[in-house]
Design a protein around this ligand. Structure first.
Ligand SMILES: C[S@@+](CC[C@H](N)C(=O)[O-])C[C@H]1O[C@@H](n2cnc3c(N)ncnc32)[C@H](O)[C@@H]1O
Length: 196
């Protein structure tokens, strides 16, 4: 699942361009600040956030996806599109009022270094929002992608949050606005706030 893999996946337009439903539900009423969209893909979430007044940094490993996202957003969005892999360059520490990871795969590491870098990017008082597909079985029947058990699931992320955090949501729920033809109809939503 390197850059080549994702560039190939984005050879043709891949997603709907609409923001993810769980993001809209969770963020709609938040006061806008600085947001980091991890694995922004074709930019639907970042563009929605910018439209809500957030100052958005949107990162992805795929320049193909980023080019499409930047074109969809136009220069007026003010979104900072960056080709970045947080395994190599962790985001700046304690910098974002919202860190959103929507279906963003982080491979397990013994020292949790990448994940810790991502958590560290949340500013005091800020929110971490992780949304993953609810997947039964490992790998699930009929699943053709990489084995999801290789990636951190929201429950594992929740376990790594210490007393500096309060978990505001951790639940399975039906996916809002499922894109056409998408086989994933349920989400796991983890929303946590950094206290200090
Ligand atoms: C399943 S897609 C989700 C895209 C978008 N968040 C959405 O919900 O439509 C995962 C995204 O993460 C990006 N990605 C995967 N591994 C990455 C990495 N190590 N660093 C940065 N981006 C990565 C992919 O290019 C892809 O756009």
């Amino acid at each position: 699942m390197d850059q080549e893999f994702w560039d190939e996946m984005y050879r043709e337009r891949r997603w709907s361009g609409r923001p993810n439903g769980a993001l809209c539900v969770e963020v709609e009423d938040m006061k806008p600040g600085k947001a980091l969209d991890l694995g922004c893909g074709e930019g639907g979430d970042a563009i929605w956030l910018a439209g809500k007044g957030w100052k958005v940094t949107a990162i992805d490993i795929s320049p193909v996806a980023l080019a499409r996202a930047a074109e969809a957003a136009g220069p007026a969005s003010g979104i900072d599109w960056q080709q970045t892999d947080p395994r190599v360059s962790p985001p700046p520490s304690r910098s974002f009022d919202l860190v959103s990871a929507q279906y963003f795969p982080v491979l397990h590491e013994e020292d949790h270094a990448t994940l810790r870098g991502v958590l560290d990017a949340v500013a005091p008082g800020g929110t971490l929002l992780v949304v993953s597909h609810l997947i039964e079985g490992s790998p699930p029947e009929g699943w053709s992608g990489p084995d999801p058990s290789e990636f951190y699931q929201p429950s594992e992320i929740a376990e790594l949050l210490d007393d500096d955090w309060v978990i505001e949501r951790h639940e399975n729920r039906a996916r809002v606005d499922v894109p056409h033809d998408n086989p994933h109809h349920a989400d796991i939503v983890l929303r946590a706030r950094r206290l200090r």
